[in-house]
Design a protein around this ligand. Structure first.
Ligand code: ADE
Length: 334
């Protein structure tokens, strides 16, 4: 008991409490009730009683239970606070451009509530134990930027994850494979000359500074995505197809559905692109300018060549689900 008391006395200099005793500060109401003395109803206290009251051992008898009671109170408060922490944890925002891209995630969410902002529907709830807010941006850079801005303003997410499909640029990518976009840039922002389009960096309208030409996804989220990649089981495009691969690469964004092998060669040569889509860099730019960590994940639905329109229709569902499956695994680790 003595050790606990000594420890408590030391702790009182670290934790400010209302129970720091000195010769001058004694909570008389507590003491009188603990001592069983009705001091206020008595005219005088005998010399013996006074000596007993002032003795250290008697004070320990009185104060120790009070201190222990207070310690338990602090402990319970800490316990309550730590158990409530997930309730106060920031949400993770998850975006997809088309209904197919978020369907799997929505079907597995619990505690769903819908909030409509300027006509856009945001679904809050839980997925794999994490608080999320899920929404469909619509296709293209403007829609993606509008919805990313709204989700940041309304829900203050800890991070933004985009899930969806893309046209494969790298030769080795096949339908169903996943590209974790570690770098994002536009393929249609810049200067149009007689020689064609030369891409430029965008400018941050808040700071007036040039943005980087390539927006970097949050490195921790990229690492987490790559580490869960080993554990995830993805759908194959056909019985004969090999298991889909997951790799990190550069994603290029533009307001065009690409169906040209010439463009594919150009994006690979000039921008070192692995995949192309229509929203990623816009989401990345908004997040970069607002200092929000982001990650763009895409599964390949087509090869952005002359067969792209047909392949897109055939493979969009499986590719969408593969991307969403990886997002679900990432959530488990956050
Ligand atoms: N999303 C999926 N395939 C695409 C393509 N070929 N071009 C642009 N966005 C895409």
């Amino acid at each position: 008991m003595k050790h606990i008391y000594t420890l408590w006395m030391k702790l009182q200099y670290i934790i400010p409490t209302g129970y720091r005793y000195s010769e001058n500060v004694i909570p008389t109401t507590d003491i009188s009730s603990l001592m069983g003395l009705k001091i206020s109803h008595r005219d005088s206290i005998s010399v013996d009683e006074m000596a007993y009251f002032n003795s250290k051992s008697r004070r320990d008898d009185i104060l120790l239970p009070l201190n222990l009671f207070h310690s338990i109170r602090i402990f319970l408060l800490c316990f309550l606070f730590s158990s409530l922490t997930p309730t106060f944890a920031q949400r993770i925002a998850i975006l997809g451009a088309m209904p197919e891209e978020i369907q799997l995630l929505e079907s597995e969410m619990s505690h769903i509530n819908t909030k409509t902002v300027l006509g856009f529907q945001f679904k809050t709830g839980k997925l794999n134990g994490k608080k999320i807010v899920l929404t469909e941006t619509g296709i293209g850079k403007v829609n993606a930027a509008v919805v990313t801005t709204l989700i940041i303003k309304e829900f203050h997410p800890a991070s933004v994850i985009f899930t969806g499909i893309a046209g494969g640029i790298s030769e080795e990518l096949k339908q169903g494979d996943i590209v974790i976009g570690n770098k994002l840039t536009y393929h249609d922002y810049g200067m149009l000359t007689n020689e064609g389009l030369s891409t430029n960096a965008t400018r941050n309208p808040i700071t007036k500074q040039l943005n980087p030409l390539y927006f970097a996804s949050d490195s921790l989220l990229v690492l987490q995505a790559l580490s869960v990649a080993k554990e995830v089981t993805l759908q194959k495009m056909s019985a004969e197809a090999s298991q889909p691969n997951i790799s990190a690469g550069t994603i290029v964004t533009g307001d065009t559905f690409v169906t040209s092998s010439t463009a594919v060669g150009h994006f690979e040569k000039t921008l070192q692109a692995s995949a192309t889509e229509m929203e990623g860099a816009a989401v990345a730019q908004v997040c970069f300018q607002q200092h929000i960590p982001f990650l763009i994940i895409r599964s390949i639905s087509d090869k952005a060549n002359e067969k792209a329109s047909v392949d897109f229709q055939t493979f969009k569902k499986i590719a969408s689900d593969n991307s969403a499956t990886l997002v679900k695994e990432i959530l488990k680790k956050l």
